[in-house]
Design a protein around this ligand. Structure first.
Ligand code: TMP
Length: 207
């Protein structure tokens, strides 16, 4: 039985997602009832899958192989960590989740919304976020803000067109899942963006 709230955090590279998550962690510090996770990752198996996905040596990975690996990492995380935590009444924040797959693999890689939705359903086994915070910032501005590609992982090495398609995918997801996704403008002051996040959490009864 599910009791806790499940919140996912989404956005293109460089939107300031990590900074905002760090502020949320500070805000909830000391509360044992709040869990912060990231995707792909969060379990020993999912972290191993992550390293395969992001390895720059795996340049030849097909789009289908990629989406199945993200889904496999998610299935493990949902079953091993997220569902049990929610059942105990914990609040769970996850840095990226199904909308990343929708935007990156469904739209940017061109696998299509329906195929990704089917895979997401299988991986999540009925679990859906109560709230998704989408940090909305023009992808070119975001990418430049973080200093361009630093070559740390395979996805970051994609060109600007790829990141534009990711952004278009997120905008489509925000329309398609309007009930769940809140668009938070990610430009401007870090503190102002944090305020917007806190407001969204209050409005959805998370805090
Ligand atoms: P991170 O840089 O936020 O840790 O995420 C790792 C990369 O994986 C990032 O480039 C986004 C990408 N990604 C997908 O392409 N599909 C997914 O389903 C997820 C969760 C992440």
């Amino acid at each position: 039985m599910r009791k806790g709230k499940f919140i996912t955090v989404e956005g293109c590279e460089g939107v300031g997602k990590s900074t905002q998550i760090a502020l949320l962690k500070e805000m909830f510090a000391g509360s044992g009832d709040v869990l912060f996770l990231r995707e792909p990752g969060g379990t020993a198996i999912s972290e191993r899958i992550r390293s395969v996905i992001l390895d720059i040596q795996n340049k030849g990975m097909s789009a289908v192989c990629e989406v199945l690996l993200y889904s496999a990492a998610r299935a493990q995380l949902v079953e091993e960590v997220i569902k049990p935590a929610l059942a105990e009444g914990k609040t769970v924040f996850c840095d990226r989740f199904t909308d990343s797959t929708f935007a990156y693999q469904g739209c940017a890689r061109g696998l299509g919304a329906e195929a990704v939705e089917r895979l997401n359903e299988i991986a999540c086994a009925g679990l859906e976020p109560d709230l998704t915070i989408f940090f909305d910032l023009d992808p070119v501005a975001a990418f430049l803000r973080k200093g361009g590609a630093d070559g740390e992982d395979r996805l970051e090495q994609e060109g600007m067109d790829f990141h534009r398609r990711v952004y278009a995918g997120y905008k489509l997801a925000a329309e398609r899942y309007a009930r769940r996704i809140v668009c938070v403008p990610a430009g401007g002051d870090i503190a102002d963006v944090h305020e917007r996040v806190v407001k969204a959490l209050k409005e959805r009864g998370v805090i």
